[in-house]
Each structure stands twice: as C-alpha cells, then as structure tokens.
Design a protein around this ligand. Sequence first.
Ligand code: ADP
Ligand code: ZN
Ligand code: ZN
Length: 740
Amino acid sequence: MNTTQNLIDVAIPLPLEGPFTYRVPDELLERAHTGRRVLVPFRNKIRAGFVVGICENGHIPGEIKDVVDIPDEKPYTTAQLWSFIRWAANYYLIPAGLMLKTALPPGSDRKSKPWAILTPDGKHEFTRSGHTFPPKFMKSGSILRHDLEVLIGSAAVEEALAKEWITIEERISRPRTTLKKKHIPELLYPAGAQVGPGERAPELTPDQARTVARIAEALAGGGFHPFLVFGVTGSGKTEVYLHAIQTMIDMGKRALVLVPEIALTPQLARRFLRRFGGGVGIFHSGFTPGQRLDEWRRIQSGKVNVVIAARSGIFLPIENLGLLIVDEEHDPSYKQEDSCPYNARDMAIARGKLEGACVVLGSATPSFESFVNAQRGKITRLDLPSRYHGGALPAVELVDLKTNTKNNRSFLTPRLINAVRETLDKHEQVVIFLNRRGFDTFAQCRSCGHVFKCPNCDISLTHHKRARDLRCHLCGFSQAAPPLCPACTSERLFFGGVGTQKVEEELSALFPDARIERLDRDSTRKREDLEGILDRFRKKEIDILTGTQMIVKGHDFPGISLVGILCGDLSLHFPDFRAAERTFQMLTQVAGRTGRESDSGKVILQTFDPDHEAIQYAASHAYEDFFRKDSVLREELSYPPYGHLILVRVEGNSEKRVEDRAIKIGSAARRLKEGNPDIMILGPAPSPRKKMVGRFRWQLLFKSATRNPIRLLVKSLQEEGCLKSHGLKIVVNVDPVDLM
Ligand code: ADP
Ligand code: ZN
Ligand code: ZN
C-alpha cells in the first residue's frame, strides 16, 4: 500500500489497457490486497475491478476516485496471474482488460445499473398529483430506471426527474460471495465416481518409466522445462501424466492438465478421481456460470492439487504451480478464435516459463509447431513408441472411392459393407467415421480425384454455387468452374458433401438388426446425451457407432474391431495450409480407436486419393515421414511453423461496409509495408465462410518469416485507428488456426 495515499492499481475487465489508479478509504484498507475484487466508479458506472498491485507512484496527476466497496471474503486472482494475463494480451495484440475479461469466470464482472429512487418530495407530491407510480415502487422507494420506464413511459420518468420526485442513482447488485455448501465433485462428477483416498498406481512399462523419470528429474530440479511426449495411440500417455502429477503432489506443488473440450469425458475425470481422490478440480464450459465461479474459488483457495480443464483453464489462479500438461496438444480446439483469440497450448508454455514450471505436451500426432520446436531443441522430446497392451497398430486397408462407388452419392462401398457384416457376425463393434465439419464445398473430380487448387497459395479453391466459380479465400484468385476435369476430362465433377444422418439411415437399411447410434453435435446437444451414448457403447449395447470428430478424441474403447473411414479426403481439401496435417492427425487418431486390446483391430480407409501422402503415411502410421514430406512446401511458403501469421477479419451486417473496410485496411497495410520485403499481405478477400449467422466476413492474412515484422505492422494499423469501426467487428488473430 502506498502509505501516504492508499493508492492501488485496478484492472477493469473491459477492452482497455489499464490498470487504473484508485484510492482506498481507510475503512476498507484491511481488505485491499492484490487479487481482491473491488467496486469502483468508472465512466459513470460502478464496476467490478481487480486489484493488481499497489500503486508505487508518489504522485498521480488528475483526480483519483475512491474505491466504493470490497465485497468478497476472499481474493479472486493473483499478482502472478495478472502478469500472465498482461503478457498474453501483449502477445495477442489485445487490450489487457479484454484478456482479463476472457480469463475470469463468468459472473465475476459486475456493473451498476441506474435506479430510480423516490424522493420524500416525490412521495408526498405523488399522492396529490394523481400520477400512477407502480405500487411496488411506492412501497420500496426504489426500482430499476429501465423497469420504471417500461411501466410508466420515459416521458413520465423525465417529468418526475424534472420535478425532483425521483433521483437516479447507480447501484450494483451485490456480488455472490457465498460458496455453495456442497463440494463441487459431488455435484458434478459422474455418478459412480469414487472420490476416495486414491487407488494404487499400476506398474509402469520400461518406456513409461523412462519417460516419467526424465520428467521427475526436471520437476525435482525446479524451473521451466518443456517436454513433448510423443506416444502412439494407446501407448499409455495418460498413465505417464498421472505419475508425473503424483511426483509433483509429493513435492507439495500443484498441477494443471489441459484437455481438448470434447475429450473431457467422465471417463477421464473418473480416472483422475480414482487416483487423486478429492484433491481434483474440474473446470470447463459444460458447467453453469455459477459452478465455474465456485470451482474457480475452490481452486484459488488452494484446496485442490490437480486441475483438469479445457482451454480456459489456462487462466486458473493456481498457486505453486509446478507442472502443466497439455494432452492431445495438436488439437485445434486449444485455439479460441472469437473476439479474444488465444492458444492455450502456447500459453501453457508461456505460463510455465513465467512461473518456472515444467510443461508436458502430449500427442500421438504432434502439431508441426511442437515437433519443430523439439527438432530445434526448444522442447525435450520423449518417445513412447509402442502400445501398452503390446498389440500392433491396426492394419489399414485403403479403398479407392474412384473405382468402388456404385453411384455419385453414397460413400458405403461394397468392401466396407462386407467388413461391417463380418464384424457384426462376430458380435464385435464397429465405428463409422465421417469427417463432416460442416464445410465441404471443395471441388473434386470423382473420376481421377483431381482437386482444384489456388496457383498462388496451394490451398484448395472454394466452390461458390451461385457465381459458379472457384475462388481462393486467401488471395482472392478466382476462375470459372469448368465443365470438365482438366486432368482427365471427365464430367464427374463433385461439389459438396454428405452428412452423418444420411449415413446412419443407409446403415439402418443395410443392417436392420444392428443397434446403430449417431454421435455428432446434432445428436448430443446435451452433455448427458454424449455421456449416455459413450457409456452404452462401452457396455456393448451399441453395435455400430457413426459420428464425426467427437468419436476421434482420446476415448478408450477396448471392444472396437473395425473402424470405417468414409472419406479420408474430406478434410484434405479444406482451404487451409494445415489441411494435410489435420487429415493425418485425424486419420491416425481414428485408426487408434481400434485394436487397443488385441491385434484384431482393422481400419478401412476410403479415399479418392490413395496416393496422397497424408493418406499413405496415416495408413502406415508414419508420422515422421509425413512430417518430412508435408513440411517442405510449408517451409518454402513460410507457413507456420516456419513463418508467422496474423489474420485480420472484418465482420458486419452490411456487406458493403465490411468489404470497404477490408479494402481500406488492405491499402493502409500495403502503404505501411512499403519497402519491407519481409512482409507478405494476402487479401483482402471474402472469408471462405463468407457469411455466418447473417454476418458478412472478409479477411486479410499477414505473413512473415520472423514474428516481429507483422506484429509491428498490425500495431501500426491499430494505432492509426484502422482496426476500429463503429458497427463492425474487427478481430486481430495472432497465430490463427481457423483460416475459414
Ligand atoms: P494413450 O493416452 O496414450 O492413448 P492410455 O493412457 O489411455 O493411452 O492407455 C491405454 C490403455 O492402457 C488404457 O486402458 C490404460 O489403462 C492402459 N495402461 C496404460 N499404461 C498402463 C500401465 N502402466 N499399467 C496398466 N495399464 C496401463
Ligand atoms: Zn479428373
Ligand atoms: Zn490464393
């Protein structure tokens, strides 16, 4: 505390830089510690802010306002977390206040509202004047101004104000301060989970033991140390995490485990609970805001040793954090892409550095970013090359869709249908995977598999039905959709896709006796639906499970002996330079669902493009060969991880305004770039998802071999006010993952 003036620095969760200085009145001094939530006057409102430091400046120019209240019993954040948030905001070119807003659990932000207060005069005059104030207001003497306007009209409110029958006062509803009585695990953990003293850890395989030993050594040494655990599917990475966490707990420190949102299955929670008992915290968006707030508080209070969380958990106020784990680190869901984009995987590394903690990234199919970091010696690579149960990785049979389809629409080939039948006859389980992801308007020849690509960007062109042309969404290149395939002159050009529901119907017709279920975002609106289906599948009450990405992630089902991949290329031709990497990852992960307990697992991978390296190498489980092949062109074109990208996207209701603004940004950027050969500007061009939820989208992509040139460029654009426009949303996305 600034002893003479009682001044503190307060961060406000608004898109502003901050922090702001306030004075603490004497009666609140006792509670005015770093991390506390405070109520302060800010721009004619009273808002919640967070104490991020004691103001050391002896003299602050201008008027300093007083803190209004410090409502909670306990602190909210930590000084360390604020440093981290500020670091992240700077890295992502976002105001610190906005990053703070993103970091905090919902419900922690408070803002006052104007209330109408009945004056003594008003009470008196009212009775005589024959006006009709609502009786409730007359009784209580206060009402939200808005409600009063609804009830008697705004003209009457203005009149009452002028006559001083009422006054307007900014009031804030009291923030929730009490924790729910019931401890979170009992509320939220899956039924049947044992919150006990912790089961005994199983014996590790030699590979696992070696990996754990290396991590334990780093933990004992203290300080930042990043690892990449590169372990094939079913190699027992989770067991490695559990052991490393135990080591950490034994040393009196805490661990944070990030998992992709979708993989946050009850199964994983059960496994952690069985091992670590009640000292486990769980944090993800499936919780209600209240639950998240409670769990945040519980974690802040230091009652848990290990937290499992989705990406937003990267901001949890965990003190004495010694170990961060990012499971399935390649998963694109770690990247938040809305108005406050950040990548939780990269932030885990940053937080580890900042707090001097070990970081473990784990995957069977590492992101190229992490793999290159390992090659460059920035991350220590640890391999788990074999499956725990000793079984081989499943055999993958390629089926060429060009020659094996009966018609242009169905994706169930005779070969796949046969394999499903054989598996069902043996009373074993089948998974049918369709990568749909809602965007599949690439153009491809069904005779030879030719895909139309941009000559400038090497990404697939998007087919636009109405204009009947093919366009590149990065650079704006376009060409008329040809009637014949330029490679083989066939007329069988295919635009569009196929949905899981149709596949389910086809399967039901073919196998009327089989118990078939579908797992995708439509069939699992609610969490319980997802859990229910997964549970029944595990209990073998389902014979065929069809689905999208959801069935790929980390689930451990021992009973699957056939995985059918309907069209391995669907994602190969997304207009994204990571399309091949994503496809390889997905195919490897899907294939990894089978043969987990025995050698009997089989995968049928259907594709138009059996010779494509992503397909070939996924079929032979050859990550490194694939990496070597696919990284050549990326390096040549300076795409990540060999270069850096910032995406600027303009969104709005008026197509004209969006386009105009994008063009304006483009010309400003080209002017600023003048004479700097390090920067490449792609666009402006309409986004591939040109219109989303009624809003139009245009984008620009900035690219440079090193990080700084494009950062400086975007900063200049921000300073010039180019990236702000009333009624338009302009998002700066550093290290974008979703380019669509
Ligand atoms: P991954 O995450 O690498 O795909 P998991 O950690 O889920 O693999 O392990 C695959 C299966 O092997 C799981 O059923 C797990 O319980 C089992 N397993 C892994 N390691 C061991 C071990 N050391 N002892 C006993 N079972 C193990
Ligand atoms: Zn062709
Ligand atoms: Zn292009």
